[in-house]
Ligand binder design. Structure first.
Ligand code: NAD
Ligand code: UD1
Length: 340
C-alpha cells in the first residue's frame, strides 16, 4: 500500500517513513529541502534497505503539487508534515509562516479532493492549546489564544481540515505532537538543524560538541517547580510509530468520525533544567549553560493526557527521556563523523 509523505526528508517525516516501510507500506516522499537535507533518504535506505521515491517540489506551487499527486492516485493516504516550525522565527517573520504553512495545506487538500485520496493525517502541535487552563491537556481542553504565528498556523490548519471534512468523504486524523526529541537508535537518521538550531535538544547537543558556545535557558522565573518551562518531551520514534497506527486505524475503518484528534505526548511534564540534567547523566558531558530572559511566544507549561491515543490507536511510548537524550547525543556524534 502506497503512502505519500510530505516533509519526508525532515526530522519527524524521515523517522515516520522508516516506521511505515518497516510495517509494509511503500512510501513516496515529497519535500523542497528548505529545512532538511537529501541525506535523510540515504539514512532511510541504510535502515530499511530501500530508498523511497522522492519528489523535490514546493507544495506552495499548486501545479507542481497536482502534477506529483496525479502520478500517485493509487495512494491509500497522505501524511502531511511539510511546514515551517520555529516558534521564534514565526514571531519575526509571520507572513512567511502564514504563507508557507497555510498555502501548502490548501494545495495538498485540493489534491486530496481532486484525486480522491481516501485518508489524510495532519501534523498538528500542542502549541494549539496555548497557555491551557488545565494540565494535562486532553483533546477536549479548550484552545487558548495562539502564543505565536506558528501556533496560529496550526490552529488555522486544524480549522481548515475540520471544514473540509464536513463536505468531503476522505477520512482525517489530526495528531498534536508535544515535544519530539532524540533520533533513530541506529544513528542513521536524526534531526539535522539548518543553520542555528531552534529547539532545546539539538541546542544542547551542539553546545556539548562545541558547535555552539553556550546554551541559554530561557527564563527561570516561571511559576514551575524549578522556574524553567515545562514540556512533554517524547522520543521521535514513538511519534513516528503513532503515524503508522493512525493510518492502520483509518484503513481498518476503526475511526469514530471522519475527523479525529489525538495528543501524542508521554503524559509527563519535564522542565528545561531537568532535560539538561538527563543529558549530563547519559552523556557524561558537563553542559555549558546560562540563565537568560524569557523567550517571546513561549507557553509556561504543557503536557499531554495521552489516554485517547493509547486506547483508540493501541499506542504506547516505548522510550524514556534518558533513551531519547542518549540517542540525540549519539546522533550528534554521528553527524560529526558524516560531516553533516
Ligand atoms: P522539519 O523542518 O524537520 O521537517 C519539515 C519538512 O517540511 C522539511 O524537510 C522542509 O524542507 C519541508 N517543507 C516545509 N515547507 C515545505 C513546502 N512548502 N514544500 C515542500 N516541503 C516543505 O520539521 P519536523 O520537526 O519534522 O516537523 C514536521 C511537522 O511536525 C511540521 O508540520 C511541524 O510543524 C510539526 N510539529 C513539529 C514539532 C517539533 O517540535 N519538531 C512539534 C509539533 C509539531
Ligand atoms: C514548540 C511548540 C511545539 C512545536 C515546536 C516546533 C509549544 C508549547 N510547543 O516547541 O508544539 O511544534 O515548537 O519547533 O509551543 N529552550 C531554552 N533554550 C533554548 C531552546 C529552548 O531554554 O535554546 C526552552 C524553551 O523556552 C522551551 C523548551 O526549551 O521551554 C523547549 O523549547 P523548543 O525545543 O524550542 O520547543 P517548544 O518551543 O516547546
Amino acid at each position: 500500500m502506497k503512502v505519500i509523505v510530505t516533509g519526508g526528508t525532515g526530522y519527524i517525516g524521515s523517522h515516520t517513513i522508516v516506521d511505515l516501510m518497516q510495517n509494509g507500506f511503500e512510501v513516496v516522499c515529497i519535500d523542497n529541502l528548505m529545512r532538511s537535507k537529501e541525506y535523510a533518504l540515504s539514512g532511510i535506505e541504510k535502515i530499511t534497505g530501500t530508498k523511497p521515491v522522492f519528489h523535490y517540489i514546493d507544495l506552495c506551487n499548486k501545479d507542481a503539487t497536482f502534477d506529483v499527486i496525479s502520478g500517485h492516485k493509487d495512494a491509500v493516504g497522505i501524511i502531511h508534515f511539510a511546514a515551517l516550525k520555529s516558534v521564534g522565527e514565526s514571531v519575526e517573520q509571520p507572513l512567511l509562516y502564514y504563507h508557507n504553512n497555510v498555502d501548502s495545506l490548501l494545495n495538498i487538500l485540493a489534491a486530496v479532493k481532486e484525486f480522491d485520496i481516501p485518508n489524510f493525517v495532519f501534523s498538528s502541535s500542542c502549541s494549539v492549546y496555548g497557555n491551557a487552563d488545565e494540565l494535562p491537556v486532553t483533546e477536549h481542553t479548550l484552545m487558548q489564544k495562539a502564543e505565536s504565528p506558528y501556533a496560529h498556523t496550526k490552529q488555522i490548519g486544524e480549522d481548515i481540515i475540520r471544514n473540509f471534512s464536513k463536505v468531503h468523504s476522505s477520512q482525517h486524523i489530526l495528531l498534536r505532537y508535544f515535544n519530539p526529541i532524540g533520533a533513530h537508535p541506529s544513528s542513521f537518521i536524526g534531526e539535522i538543524p539548518i543553520d542555528k538550531p531552534n529547539n532545546l535538544v539539538p541546542y544542547i547537543t551542539q553546545t556539548a560538541i562545541g558547535k555552539m558556545q553556550q546554551l541559554t535557558v530561557f527564563g527561570d522565573d516561571y511559576e514551575t517547580r524549578d522556574g524553567s518551562c515545562i514540556r512533554d518531551y517524547i522520543h521521535v520514534c514513538d511519534i513516528a510509530h503513532a503515524h503508522t497506527l493512525a493510518l492502520q486505524h483509518l484503513l481498518h475503518k476503526e475511526n469514530e468520525s471522519n475527523i479525529e484528534v489525538f495528543n501524542l505526548g508521554t503524559g509527563m511534564g519535564v522542565s528545561v533544567l531537568e532535560v539538561i540534567e538527563a543529558f549530563e547523566k547519559v552523556s557524561g558531558q558537563k553542559l555549558n549553560y546560562t540563565i537568560g530572559p524569557r523567550r517571546a511566544g513561549d507557553v509556561v507549561a504543557v503536557y499531554a493526557d495521552n489516554t485517547k491515543a493509547e486506547v483508540r490507536l493501541g499506542w504506547k511510548c516505548q522510550y524514556s527521556l534518558e533513551d531519547a537524550m542518549l540517542s540525540a547525543w549519539n546522533w550528534e556524534l554521528k553527524m560529526r563523523e558524516l560531516g553533516l
